[in-house]
Write a protein that binds this ligand. Structure first.
Ligand code: DGP
Length: 113
């Protein structure tokens, strides 16, 4: 299996798993861009946002609910945070397994691109 996030989901790589359930996994980004930088991934391999289907809609909703809960747990809900999904080469996606970035803990730039 070559997908690095599938390997993390399968417990084949060491990692600091902060939350998991049957569908999603949360762990810190290895190259944090903010004091809080978590990745929320589906356990199911989906290569990119452009590949999600109608049947994945509940899963994507669950990823967002999980991010909301992690933001609350990590204490950034009140001050605010950002969720980002990079898609494809021009979207800046480096790892070809769908993932949601949760960024917070500092004032984030108002530049989106
Ligand atoms: P993106 O550019 O949206 O594909 O972001 C991929 C992120 O994944 C990037 O911020 C670095 C992070 N990352 C890459 N490899 C690993 C890894 O093996 N472990 C962890 N925790 N994060 C990783």
């Amino acid at each position: 299996m070559s997908c690095i996030f599938c390997q993390i989901a399968d417990g084949k790589l060491p990692g600091d798993i902060l939350y998991q359930d049957e569908e999603v996994l949360v762990f810190p980004d290895i190259q944090p861009q903010a004091p809080l930088h978590l990745l929320i991934i589906p356990k199911k391999h989906i290569s990119a946002l452009s590949r999600i289907t109608r049947e994945d809609k509940p899963l994507v909703g669950h990823m967002i609910n999980t991010a909301q809960e992690m933001a609350r747990r990590e204490g950034v809900s009140e001050k605010g945070y950002r969720l980002v999904i990079n898609c494809g080469q021009q979207g800046g996606q480096l790892v070809p397994h769908l993932h949601l970035h949760l960024l917070g803990g500092r004032q984030l730039s108002d530049q989106l691109g």
